[in-house]
Design a protein. Structure first.
Lengths: 482, 373
C-alpha cells in the first residue's frame, strides 16, 4: 500500500505544485544573476576598429570585455560568441534535467555565455510555459511540440528558416510549420509500439517472428494468458488508467485509429472533426490489453504507470506498450538484457497491417522566442547550434534523446531504434504521430480516459468511448477556433 | 475649524494621488500600447510599458496610494487634535512616522492582493493568452460562462457540498468538543489526535484518502472515479476528517469560556443536561459558532487541493465533470483551450463576488445572535 502511495505521489504531481517549482526557479534565477554578472550597459553600435580582430566571432570567456561591444553585430549567427546575450531554456523532459544542467555549465565555461535551464515538472510543461512567457525574462528557447502548441505559441516563435541550426538538420520531417513559418524544429524523434520480452516469449514457446498481425498477436497472447499460472507470467502488463499511465492509451494507442483514418481520408492538417472509422480496431487491441493481463476490470482505474513498468521489468509480462524512452529504465533500473528486448508495431486488425512499422514521431521540437532581445536570440541560436554540433552536445543528445536528425548526431545504443529502422528497411510504412493533432490535448485525453475507465470497469459501453473521442474532438476544436 | 483650511490640500492630494495611481495601473495593464495611432500613447508605451519598467510602474502606483493616504490621514489627525493618546511626546513622533509603519503591510497588501485583483478584474473583460497581451472583449466572457454547463454544474455542486460539509463538520466538531470538555480521562491526547489531520496538506491528504477509498472500493469491483456519489461522499469524509479537529479547538475554547455561574444557576434551577446545553451553552458559544461556520463555509467554497487530488472532477458526463468544484473548474478553464483564459478569468471574478457576498451575509446574520456578556 505504502509503495503504491509513493508511486502515486511521484506520478501524479499535482498541477498547482508547479508553483513551488516556479518559485524555486525564480530563486535560482536571482542567484544566477548574482554569480554570473553580465555586463549591463550594452548597446548595439556600428562596427568600430576592434571588429577586425574578431572576424570569426569566436571569443573565449577571458576576452569577454573586449568582444562584447561589437559582438552582436559582428558575430556570424550561430557561432558560439559571447555578445552579452543569455540563453534561458525551458526544458520539458524532467528525466533529462541533469544532463541539460551539466551541458549548460560546460557551455558557460567554454564561452562565458550564461545558460539557464529550467525544467517544468512532469506534465506541467504547458502551465509552466504560460507563466514563464508572461514574465519580463521569458524563456528564449522552449518546446512547441504539437499542433495545439503551434496554435497557442506559434505567434511567439521566431521563424527559424535559414538559421544555422536548421542547416545542420538532415530531415524536415519532424519540423512544425505555421503556414510558411518554421515554428519549431524536431531535435530528436521517438518510436512507440509493443515492447516484447523475447526471452519470456520463447519460454512460452513462441517467437517474435510469428507475430505478424492482430490475429497472430491475439492468438499468442490468449495462449499465454490461458496458462499464466503455470508460466509464472502473463501476456500484457496492466493497462492502468491512472493518469501516470493513461497517456499511453489516450495519447499513443488512440494514434492507431487516428492514423488509419487520416491516411484513408488524406488528411494532412489538423481536421475539425474525426469520424472514428477505426475505433472498432482500437477496441480490438484495448480488449486484448485488458483481458490478457493479470490486472483487469475496475482495478485498472487506479493502476499506475510504474506498476506496469515494474511488471514488465520484473518479468511478469511479455508485452508492454510504451516507447523508445523506456530503454534506459528497463536496461538500467531493472537490469534487463538488451538482447531480450525488442519492439513490435501495434496491431489492431486493420487490413494490410502486416506491413506496418513502429509509430515514429516526436513532440520534442525547439522553438525560439521571437520577443526576446536580439542578443538573447543570437545567443540562443548559437547555443542550439553548439548543442547539435559539439562533441559534448551530441554525446548528451544521443544518450538522452536517442537518434537526432542532425548531421553530426551520434548513434545511440538502443535496440528499440534498431527495431524501428529494421521495419523501415524492410519497406514497412511508418505510423506517424497523428495524435499530435489532438485538440486541447489535456481535456481531450481526460474525456477519452474517463470513458475508457467506465468501459473497462464494465460500467459503460464502447460507444461512449467512441463518442468521447469523436464529440470531444469536434467541440474542443470548435472552442479553439471560435 | 481646521478642517476647512485643509480641504483644498486634501482634494488636490487625492486627485494627484489618484491620477498617479491610475496612470501606473494603465501602464501596468499595457493599455497605452493597445491605443492605436496616438503619438502620445505610443511614447508613453515606450517609456513605461517595457519589460524593465515594472519597478517604475509599481513605484508610481505606490506613490499615488501613499499620497492619498498621507493627505487624508495627516489632515484628519491634525484636525481631530487626537484624543487616544494623551502625551504629545508619544503621539507626535508616531504620527509623523506613520507611513513607515504602514509601508510593509500596505505594500504586501497591494502586491499580494490589490494589484492582482484589479488586473484580474480587468482581464476578465478581455481575451488573452499572456496577461500583457490582451484584446478587449467587453462583456462577452461573462455571457459565455453562464452558458457553460460545466460551470453551472460546478456551482450547484459546490453549493451542495458546502451545505453538507457545513452541517457535518460543525455538528461533529461541536459534539467532539462538548465530549472533550466533560473531563474525560486523556482529553488532551484526544484533542491532539483530532487536531493532527489539520497539519497535513490538502494534496497529500487527497492522495492518501484516494488510496484508502480505492482499496475499499476495489473489493466491490468499482472505483472512486467511476461514480460521482463516491466522489461526493469521499470528499465529505476527507474534509470532515481534516476540519473537525480544527473547529473542535475553537469550540473547546468557546465552551470553556462559558461562565460557570450560569451553568450552576441552571443546575440549581433544575435544568436537564440537554436544556443546559441548548439554552445556556449554545447561546454562549455563539461567537465560536460564527467563526466556525464562517470558516467551514469559505473553506468548502474555495476547496481546491483535495478536489484535485481525490477525483480531479471525474467521472465525466459529456462536458460536465461531475465532481468538479468551482475552483477546479476555473483552474481548468485557464488551460483548456487557447481561447478559454478570458472566460476563465470572468469565472474567477464571479467566484470572488459569490464568496464575498455569502461570507458577508453569513457573518452579519450570525453576529446578531451573539450573546453580549
Amino acid at each position: 500500500m505504502l509503495n503504491k502511495l509513493e508511486q502515486q505521489r511521484e506520478d501524479r504531481v499535482p498541477k498547482y505544485l508547479s508553483l513551488k517549482g516556479r518559485m524555486q526557479h525564480e530563486h535560482q534565477k536571482d542567484s544566477c544573476a548574482r554569480s554570473f554578472p553580465v555586463p549591463r550597459f550594452r548597446r548595439r553600435r556600428p562596427c568600430l576598429a576592434a571588429c577586425g580582430n574578431d572576424d570569426n566571432g569566436t571569443t573565449g570567456a577571458s576576452e569577454e570585455g573586449k568582444s562584447t561591444e561589437a559582438g552582436s553585430e559582428n558575430a556570424s549567427q550561430g557561432e558560439p560568441v559571447n555578445n552579452g546575450g543569455s540563453v534561458y531554456y525551458l526544458n520539458f523532459k524532467p528525466e533529462a534535467d541533469q544532463a541539460w544542467q551539466d551541458l549548460a555549465k560546460t557551455y558557460t565555461e567554454q564561452t562565458g555565455v550564461e545558460v539557464k535551464v529550467v525544467t517544468a515538472a512532469s506534465g506541467e510543461y504547458d502551465n509552466t510555459l504560460t507563466a514563464e512567457m508572461d514574465k519580463s525574462s521569458a524563456p528564449t528557447m522552449f518546446q512547441i511540440g504539437n499542433k495545439g502548441a503551434v496554435e497557442t505559441w506559434g505567434e511567439y516563435a521566431l521563424d527559424l528558416t535559414g538559421t544555422d541550426v536548421v542547416k545542420e538538420m538532415t530531415t524536415d520531417d519532424f519540423n512544425l510549420y505555421d503556414g510558411d513559418k518554421l515554428v519549431s524544429i524536431g531535435y530528436c524523434y521517438e518510436a512507440f509500439g509493443i515492447i516484447v520480452n523475447k526471452a519470456l516469449l520463447e519460454q512460452a514457446g513462441h517467437s517474435v517472428d510469428e507475430i505478424k498481425d492482430f490475429a497472430s498477436l491475439k492468438a499468442i497472447a490468449d495462449e499465454i494468458h490461458g496458462k499464466a499460472e503455470e508460466l509464472g507470467f502473463d501476456a500484457f502488463t496492466s493497462a492502468g488508467l491512472d493518469r501516470s499511465s493513461s497517456w499511453r492509451f489516450s495519447g499513443h494507442l488512440i494514434n492507431m485509429p487516428l492514423f488509419y483514418e487520416f491516411r484513408d481520408d488524406n488528411v494532412t492538417d489538423q481536421p475539425a472533426t474525426i469520424k472514428g472509422t477505426y475505433m472498432e480496431n482500437f477496441k480490438n487491441i484495448w480488449d486484448l490489453y485488458i483481458t490478457d493481463s493479470a490486472t483487469t476490470g475496475a482495478a485498472l482505474a487506479s493502476a499506475t504507470g510504474d506498476q506496469a513498468e515494474a511488471e514488465f521489468g520484473n518479468g511478469k509480462a511479455v508485452f508492454y506498450q510504451n516507447g523508445t524512452w523506456e530503454y534506459a529504465n528497463l536496461t538500467g533500473t531493472f537490469g534487463m538484457k538488451p538482447e531480450d528486448l525488442t519492439m513490435i508495431p501495434i496491431y489492431c486488425g486493420v487490413d494490410g497491417e502486416e506491413k506496418a512499422g513502429l509509430c515514429c514521431g516526436t513532440e520534442n521540437c525547439w522553438a525560439v522566442n521571437a520577443n526576446a532581445k536580439q542578443e538573447d536570440i543570437d545567443a540562443t541560436l548559437a547555443f542550439m547550434k553548439w548543442v547539435v554540433t559539439s562533441e559534448e552536445g551530441t554525446t548528451m543528445m544521443a544518450e538522452q534523446f536517442g537518434p537526432c536528425p542532425f548531421k553530426n548526431a551520434k548513434t545511440p545504443e538502443n535496440v528499440f531504434f534498431a527495431a524501428a529502422n529494421d521495419y523501415t528497411a524492410k519497406g514497412n510504412y511508418v505510423v506517424t504521430w497523428a495524435f499530435n493533432w489532438e485538440p486541447a490535448v489535456d481535456d481531450f485525453r481526460a474525456a477519452v480516459v474517463d470513458a475508457m475507465t467506465k468501459y473497462t470497469a464494465g460500467q459503460g459501453e464502447w460507444d461512449e468511448v467512441v463518442k468521447a473521442a469523436v464529440d470531444n474532438w469536434a467541440t474542443l476544436y470548435a472552442k479553439d477556433h471560435a | 475649524m481646521k478642517t476647512k483650511r485643509f480641504l483644498p490640500v486634501k482634494i488636490l492630494g487625492c486627485v494627484a494621488g489618484g491620477a498617479l495611481l491610475l496612470f501606473g495601473l494603465l501602464a501596468s495593464l499595457n493599455v497605452f500600447s493597445h491605443v492605436k495611432g496616438n503619438a502620445t500613447a505610443e511614447k508613453l508605451a515606450d517609456l513605461f510599458e517595457s519589460d524593465t519598467g515594472a519597478w517604475v510602474r509599481a513605484s508610481i502606483m505606490l506613490l499615488g496610494l501613499l499620497l492619498i493616504a498621507l493627505v487624508l490621514n495627516n489632515v484628519d489627525l491634525k484636525a481631530k487634535g487626537g484624543n487616544t493618546l494623551n502625551s504629545r511626546l508619544v503621539r507626535t513622533p508616531i504620527k509623523r512616522m506613520f507611513p513607515l509603519f504602514l509601508l510593509p503591510t500596505f505594500a504586501a497588501f497591494c502586491i499580494g492582493f490589490l494589484y492582482p485583483f484589479v488586473k484580474g478584474l480587468f482581464l476578465s473583460f478581455t481575451q488573452f493568452k499572456l496577461t500583457r497581451n490582451w484584446e478587449w472583449n467587453g462583456l462577452q466572457n461573462y455571457s459565455t460562462i453562464f452558458q457553460d454547463k460545466g460551470f453551472t454544474h460546478a456551482f450547484w455542486y459546490t453549493a451542495l457540498f458546502t451545505v453538507a460539509s457545513l452541517v457535518v463538520i460543525n455538528v461533529l466538531a461541536f459534539a467532539v468538543a462538548y465530549a472533550l470538555t466533560r473531563g474525560i480521562r486523556g482529553s488532551n491526547v484526544f484533542r491532539t489526535v483530532f487536531f493532527m489531520p489539520n497539519l497535513i496538506g490538502g494534496i497529500v491528504l487527497g492522495y492518501i484518502w484516494s488510496t484508502i477509498f480505492e482499496g475499499i472500493l476495489i473489493n466491490f469491483d468499482t472505483s472512486l472515479v467511476l461514480e460521482s456519489k463516491f466522489g461526493f461522499w469521499g470528499l465529505l469524509i476527507l474534509m470532515a476528517w481534516q476540519q473537525i479537529g480544527y473547529m473542535m479547538i475553537i469550540y473547546i475554547a468557546g465552551i470553556q469560556a462559558v461562565p460557570e455561574d450560569i451553568i450552576e444557576a441552571a443546575k440549581i434551577d433544575g435544568a436537564s443536561a440537554w436544556k443546559t446545553l441548548w439554552h445556556v451553552t449554545i447561546p454562549n458559544v455563539m461567537p465560536s459558532i460564527t467563526i466556525c461556520t464562517f470558516l467551514t463555509l469559505t473553506n468548502s467554497f474555495k476547496l481546491f487541493d483535495q478536489n484535485v487530488a481525490l477525483t480531479g472532477g471525474r467521472p465525466f458526463d459529456g462536458d460536465v465533470h461531475t465532481t468538479e468544484m468551482l475552483a477546479l473548474n476555473i483552474y481548468r478553464a485557464l488551460y483548456e483551450t487557447k481561447k478559454s483564459r478570458g472566460p476563465g478569468q470572468a469565472k474567477a471574478v464571479v467566484f470572488f463576488v459569490l464568496v464575498a457576498v455569502i461570507s458577508i451575509v453569513q457573518l452579519s446574520a450570525t453576529r446578531k445572535k451573539e450573546v453580549q456578556q
